[in-house]
Ligand binder design. Sequence first.
Ligand code: ADP
Length: 331
Amino acid sequence: MTDEKPQPVSPEMLESLRAASNNRVQSAKIRDAVLTIIVDASGLDPDARAGVERSLRAATLSLRDVRDVRIAMTAEKAVKPAGPRIIAVGSGKGGVGKSTLSVNLAVALAKAGLRVGMVDADVYGPSLPRLLSSEDVKPRAEDNKLIPVPNGYGVPMLSMGHLIAPGQAIAWRGPMAGNALGQLVDADWRGTDILVIDLPPGTGDVQLTMISKHKPFGAVIVSTPQDLALMDATRAINLFETAGVPIIGLVENMSGYACPHCGEVSEPFGQGGAEAAAAAMKLDFLGRVPLDIAVRRASDAGTPPAAGTDAEAAPFAAIAERVAAWIRARD
Ligand code: ADP
């Protein structure tokens, strides 16, 4: 695992990128020969954006130290109404329990008395309607704004799954995903102070554009204890840092296996990897959630474990308390 952070490019390189983009480059950082450029695309139509992207790519072709280039287009909105604070939940790869953690974090925050909503931005596999038992409910729109779908857990929610037919998500590309997310985030969130966003897994252009555009207040990273997942988590951390989003901390999911028969906890993947990684990167460790069949069963049944009073609710309540404290300290 490397904890090398993205480094700003040299002033000369920044100057030439700015020249190639009509002064649209906001920042450019490089890590492991991958150059990440954030472009202010406000006021540009799709053709003009494509033109800026083309000339930036052309300008980087001759750079010897650059193996790959990522370009995120963000557009400042003219007047951004005061909306809820966004807490983004990300992971370097799929299957680590990001959606499970997002839902249960939101439910636990609501149980603690905060006014929480959720957005399921996972284009590749929107799962929140199932996790919150609202699969058959479609959101209404009023005055061109979507009205979030209520549920029995006090966490109104909107999902990419509400906008697309099942099975079509994978065909979505960056700009479409970005526009859809815009509709979900700019919905009628009156009465909501905190919006938990379940991001798509991974650290590509789709994620970078989403977080650069919607500027989350803070981010939570989910990882399993395996080294590979931690390496992926490091990429997710770098992604948020590149976009200037503060990281609230790291959660270790599937940490230790709780035997459903005797209750004994064993460590099939090892334990403490995420905590050690958090310490090495000077990030807060928010807690661990054991691999527990009760979590999977409750999730599949659309009853988030955090909503109950059984033992499986406790880790989520503890993580939510740390996240709430982080938010309070910055409000
Ligand atoms: P991701 O959003 O990262 O792709 P999910 O939240 O969809 O991952 O979780 C993947 C699968 O693992 C789901 O079936 C979920 O119920 C299960 N799962 C997640 N966390 C746990 C856990 N702590 N214990 C048991 N099963 C879990």
